[in-house]
Design a protein around this ligand. Structure first.
Ligand SMILES: Cc1cc2nc3c(=O)[nH]c(=O)nc-3n(C[C@H](O)[C@H](O)[C@H](O)COP(=O)(O)OP(=O)(O)OC[C@H]3O[C@@H](n4cnc5c(N)ncnc54)[C@H](O)[C@@H]3O)c2cc1C
Length: 387
């Protein structure tokens, strides 16, 4: 009998295992190796690594970047200088798994959780490799959101698709380049993420969009326009995009990471949120194990903790909808021209003044909720879990 069975060995589940003090825990991962296959653009902020005191080995870091460069239609650019890294995400997750093992967690790979059954005071998990019993479950199954489905406690998140190519011979700079180009990524954006130093121009080039059917075709159009042809392989996956699920706790259950809907509302990154939600869940679970109280009332503390820590999701999603759905390519081009070249030290006062300036220039923008859109952009910093 384990105290906690963690479904999924991604950042959320592994962070839980790392932070679960005095808990007999097991991570159950369906793939044979932790971190494989990679389904991520692989960016992480320096702030995130520092916050969790993570010092990944050299082979887990592909390169450092200076921050985020947002490119508007018409090619106006605005940068947010904020140090970060492009990971080799498989190696990074294996590094997390090593820490979890050192802290006493068990990890079972190649075992898929297929069903769960409530027994007297504990859960019985049916996996492809046999049954595992535990007093508590942590659902860290990513966008599968397994426990929400099996217990029918939440409607599935809305999801967008993230599709990308690993390419060589791409024109690179030292930033994560996010293109707000709706003609290629409706309700989303295109990214060019440098994977190497400039010599061979290795990059993850991809896009996130709700136009699932045309995503690949649109990515192909984008690289064609850029004149880049050297595709090595493609990879990607689905990303929850509608914010936290209604219920992130249940009797003997906590939901973390993508399984709880925790991805960044604007740029859809989720590693930082996965790590933090795993940590907060471990804090509550440690106490539940100590007091032998796995009731909903006890586990509700988790929701209180993440609501205090994470940014105001509903407001940012409203801003994202304004940015992606209401503003046309021409509007975005105009906004791009008015934004400062550099977003560093651009405070709330400056943002409001800028919004006013834009509305004077183009009063229709007011009706298109330009202020909400600027508000969402303002939350793209790492300290707000923006990337
Ligand atoms: C194309 C793309 C690009 C992205 N780029 C970035 C980025 O650059 N930066 C960033 O921060 N985020 C990015 N994200 C989001 C990020 O990958 C996720 O938010 C993050 O990995 C969430 O961590 P997690 O642990 O919650 O889930 P996951 O990393 O998805 O891990 C879940 C794990 O659970 C396992 N699992 C699922 N079901 C079962 C089961 N039934 N039994 C056993 N195991 C199971 C899976 O195999 C998986 O290993 C991107 C996502 C995509 C799709």
């Amino acid at each position: 009998m384990y105290d906690v069975a963690i479904i999924g060995g991604g950042p959320g589940g592994l962070s839980f295992a790392i932070h679960a003090e005095n808990i007999k825990s097991i991570v159950i991962e369906e793939h044979k190796s932790i971190g494989v296959p990679v389904h991520c653009g692989e960016c992480i902020s320096d702030l995130c690594l520092r916050k969790f005191e993570l010092r990944p080995p050299k082979d887990a870091i592909a390169r450092a970047v200076n921050g985020v460069n947002v490119i508007f239609p018409g090619n106006s650019e605005t940068v947010l200088n904020e140090k970060g890294y492009v990971l080799n995400k498989d190696k990074f997750e294996q590094y997390l798994a090593d820490i979890a093992l050192k802290k006493g967690a068990e990890i079972k790979t190649g075992a898929r959780v297929e069903n769960i059954e409530r027994k007297e005071g504990y859960w019985s998990l049916k996996t492809s490799e046999g049954t595992i019993d535990a007093k508590m479950i942590v659902d860290a199954s990513g966008q599968n959101q397994l426990i929400s489905q099996l217990l029918n406690i939440n409607k599935p998140s809305k999801k967008v698709i993230g599709i990308q190519y690993r390419m060589d011979n791409v024109e690179l700079n030292d930033y994560l380049n996010f293109y707000l180009w709706q003609e290629y990524a409706p309700h989303g954006y295109v990214w060019v993420i440098p994977k190497s130093m400039k010599e061979n121009g290795m990059a993850n080039v991809g896009l996130v969009t709700d136009d699932i059917k045309n995503a690949k075709q649109n990515l192909d159009r984008f690289i064609k326009e850029k004149g880049w042809t050297d595709i090595k392989f493609s990879f990607g996956g689905m990303i929850p995009s509608s914010g936290p699920l209604k219920q992130t706790y249940y009797t003997g259950v906590l939901l973390v990471g993508d399984a709880a809907g925790f991805t960044s509302p604007l740029f859809e990154g989720g590693t930082h949120l996965g790590l933090m939600s795993g940590k907060l869940a471990a804090q509550v679970a440690s106490d539940a194990v100590r007091t032998n109280d796995y009731s909903q009332n006890k586990l509700k503390e988790y929701e209180e903790l993440w609501k205090k820590e994470f940014p105001p999701y509903n407001t940012i999603i409203k801003g994202k909808d304004a940015l992606y759905d209401k503003l046309t390519t021409d509007d975005l081009e105009e906004i791009g021209k008015l934004l400062p070249k550099n977003f560093d030290n651009f405070g709330w006062k400056e943002k409001v003044l800028l919004g006013a300036k834009m509305m004077i220039k183009n009063p229709v923008l007011y009706k298109k909720n330009i202020l909400d859109a600027l508000f969402a952009l303002a939350y793209s910093e790492a300290k707000y879990y923006g990337w």
